[in-house]
Ligand binder design. Structure first.
Ligand code: HEC
Ligand code: HEC
Ligand code: HEC
Ligand code: HEC
Ligand code: HEC
Ligand code: HEC
Ligand code: HEC
Ligand code: HEC
Length: 484
């Protein structure tokens, strides 16, 4: 059975006509036929790894005579090179290797947040994986001190590991296999193209499908996949997937397909005036990951990315041009008015006061992060619920915006955060320690200021009388309508 498939593929291979590729796709002249080195690789690997061989055989690389050796070849001096039956190769094919032929894509990718995804050491989330959830009992050659298996199997599989090469040339099992988006490769390059392009097919069609992004962009703290599925866009995509023309060479919304946008459509793919970009930050005008949303050029500057010089207005124009492939100008602009208003609501009503209050709790708590219940409360308010609200609204998912978003934020702000702050104030005031008494007084003053502000005074039963009257009247009318 395997031999038959292999034989068939080999026949196709020998009869293949070399494909002239578009100049944009490659920087390097293509071989007229498959190299002798690659033919040698295939002799063994087509029998030993049939599926790998078949995937390559159905790829555009196969048709362009880009064989095993063209990708896996290595310099003897490369950190992860090993001698394999007379030639030097490496198992990892890093973005630097792909850049021999795809320098445009690699350049854009390198300048994106994706390539920097492994820089999570020192983050709050990382304390969780290494200390709170984990321990360091996973001992490997590269980690004699041990490492947390929660980080290895969780965080690193999405964000990327720093791949360690052992003295015998093998890759350390704590760090490999790994296709995390910001993987740090032995050649020093950052990222992995296989995070989205499944080897050995490397197909654009597969990468355009929303499931590709859904490996990572899902779950309680960034449910983009779920939001997309509940949105009109996701509904229309799944109802019309066979009309999406995903296999088309040129793939422009409004020309080659029109039923729905996918993640790639809005964040990466070409439009009538824009080329495909592998910098996924170039069309977003807010970074909704921090406790308080910031403009993308601000977070790019902190990461040392060239995006620091690309203002949010320009990025927003680029995204709006995508929308206008299917919608008119008024619809598109009005959507952004709705979106901005919710970001503003979350930032001003909950995030900024919440953060200011949290800072003031520090002298009143046990010193270690996550050893106090209030640490979890505040973390979930901004990192889970606050993000869900912001991510939900940015991609037209009303359930994530409201029930998984602003509702949860408000519930935990008033029913957990405020009572926990009050308990800390009381304990500090009664402590007899002058420093804590002072800290408790400061926290109390801030809490009173926040709760007496126009956003929160309803909680103290201090709502503006005119508004209270309006609301009472509406409630009365609603009751009349619904009472039998
Ligand atoms: C004579 C048969 C033979 C030839 C020729 C050959 N390989 Fe292999 N290759 C193997 C076998 C068998 C293994 C598994 C060895 C092992 O598990 O340690 C292997 C392992 C590998 C691995 C490592 C897989 C891993 O998990 O780390 C890569 C990559 C690879 N080969 C690529 C190539 C490339 C590229 C060529 C051509 C330049 C090639 N091979 C030529 C038989 C061959
Ligand atoms: C377009 C570039 C490209 C081509 C062509 C290519 N590979 Fe790979 N190969 C990769 C990438 C990328 C990986 C995954 C490693 C990584 O994430 O860097 C990989 C992984 C592998 C592995 C190890 C993982 C596994 O799944 O077992 C083997 C073995 C391998 N390739 C063999 C081959 C052989 C044999 C051929 C030719 C039939 C080939 N490759 C053609 C890019 C390529
Ligand atoms: C399922 C894949 C996945 C896992 C597992 C995961 N993350 Fe993430 N993480 C993401 C994605 C996707 C984003 C970006 C979300 C967005 O843009 O809205 C992200 C964002 C982050 C950020 C914010 C980066 C920034 O630019 O603000 C940090 C820090 C982070 N993750 C750390 C971790 C740590 C530490 C772990 C393990 C405890 C972890 N993540 C587990 C996928 C994952
Ligand atoms: C975040 C997912 C993602 C990652 C990571 C990614 N790509 Fe892509 N890539 C895509 C998508 C989606 C397309 C299809 C764009 C379109 O045509 O609509 C694509 C298309 C391509 C194309 C076809 C030409 C084009 O512009 O359409 C090439 C070549 C390519 N990618 C190379 C790479 C290389 C090299 C890397 C690693 C540096 C990489 N990609 C990493 C998602 C990704
Ligand atoms: C030796 C040159 C060469 C190398 C190395 C190479 N590619 Fe390609 N790649 C090509 C050529 C040529 C094409 C275009 C074929 C065509 O358009 O018919 C292509 C096409 C692609 C496509 C588009 C496929 C589609 O469905 O349209 C993707 C994605 C891709 N390459 C990704 C990669 C990634 C990722 C790597 C590194 C792991 C890589 N390539 C390494 C030459 C190369
Ligand atoms: C292997 C995991 C993974 C996959 C697959 C993935 N991403 Fe990401 N993405 C991340 C992580 C992690 C971050 C946050 C990086 C950071 O800022 O540290 C991120 C950030 C982003 C951002 C924010 C960029 C910015 O500049 O702030 C966008 C937009 C994005 N991804 C879109 C996509 C799209 C669209 C796809 C699919 C075509 C995709 N991602 C596939 C892990 C992934
Ligand atoms: C209809 C177009 C559209 C589709 C489809 C779409 N997005 Fe978005 N996405 C947006 C817009 C608009 C924003 C907010 C842009 C801004 O801030 O200006 C956004 C924001 C994001 C962000 C940034 C979140 C942050 O923390 O700052 C990520 C990540 C993201 N999208 C990933 C995805 C993924 C993954 C999918 C598919 C499952 C997807 N998007 C589908 C339009 C889209
Ligand atoms: C490929 C075409 C396409 C693109 C691109 C596109 N949309 Fe849509 N959009 C649709 C379709 C189809 C619907 C569903 C219409 C219906 O249900 O009647 C829709 C519906 C909507 C809705 C209504 C949501 C609801 O629940 O009623 C909004 C708002 C929206 N889109 C905004 C945007 C924005 C903003 C962008 C750009 C970031 C965008 N769209 C990009 C095709 C597109």
């Amino acid at each position: 059975m395997h031999a038959t498939i292999g034989f068939l593929m080999f026949t196709v291979l020998l009869s293949a006509v070399p494909v002239q590729s578009p100049a944009a796709a490659t920087q390097q002249p293509l071989p007229a036929e498959l190299s002798a080195e690659s033919r040698a690789c295939i002799k063994c690997h087509k029998n030993d790894q049939v599926s790998l061989y078949q995937q390559w055989g159905s790829s555009k690389h196969y048709r362009a005579n880009v064989g095993c050796y063209e990708c896996h070849r290595a310099d003897e001096k490369d950190a992860d090179a090993f001698e394999h039956l007379g030639v030097f190769i490496s198992t990892i094919v890093s973005p630097r290797d792909c850049s021999r032929c795809h320098s445009k894509e690699v350049g854009e990718f390198e300048h994106s947040h994706h390539a920097k995804g492994a820089r999570i050491l020192g983050s709050l989330d990382n304390t969780l994986a290494e200390v709170v959830e984990g321990n360091n009992r996973m001992v490997t050659d590269a980690f004699p001190q041990g490492v947390s298996s929660a980080a290895v199997n969780g965080c690193w599989q999405c964000h990327g590991s720093e791949v360690k090469v052992l003295p015998d040339g093998h890759l350390d099992p704590a760090t490999w296999p790994n296709s995390g988006i910001g993987r740090i490769n032995p050649d020093g390059s950052e990222g992995s193209c296989t995070a989205c392009h499944q080897r050995h097919e490397f197909s654009a069609a597969q990468a355009r499908h929303p499931n590709t992004c859904g490996k990572c962009h899902m779950g309680p703290d960034h449910p983009q996949k779920e939001i997309y599925e509940e949105s009109k866009h996701g509904i229309s995509f799944f109802a019309n997937v066979e009309h999406m023309n995903l296999d088309s060479e040129k793939w422009i919304a409004g020309e080659d397909y029109f039923h729905a946008p996918t993640c790639a459509t809005c964040h990466m793919s070409a439009t009538k005036t824009q080329r495909v970009t592998h910098d996924i930050g170039m069309r977003i005008s807010w970074n909704n990951r921090p406790a308080v949303s910031v403009r993308p050029e601000v977070s790019d500057a902190k990461m040392g990315l060239p995006g620091k010089d690309v203002g949010w207005e320009k990025r927003r124009d680029s995204m709006q041009e995508v929308c206008k492939s299917c919608h008119n100008e008024g619809w598109t602009k009005n959507f952004y008015v709705q979106y901005d208003a919710l970001i503003e609501l979350y930032n001003e009503k909950f995030a900024k006061p919440g953060l200011a209050l949290y800072e003031l709790t520090k002298p009143l708590k046990k010193p270690v992060e996550f050893s106090n219940p209030i640490d979890f409360t505040w973390y979930e308010i901004w990192h889970h619920e606050g993000r869900r609200a912001r991510h939900g609204v940015s991609m037209m998912g009303p359930d994530y915006t409201h029930w998984h978003g602003t509702y949860e934020v408000a519930k935990h702000f008033y029913s957990e955060y405020v009572p926990e702050l009050e308990a800390l104030i009381e304990k500090g005031a009664d402590s007899g320690d002058p420093k804590k008494v002072e800290a408790a007084r400061n926290l109390q003053a801030k809490l009173e200021e926040v709760l007496n502000s126009s956003d929160h005074r309803w909680y103290l039963d201090k709502m503006d009388p005119a508004e209270a009257a309006r609301r009472a009247k509406a409630t009365e009318e609603f009751r009349k309508r619904y009472q039998k």
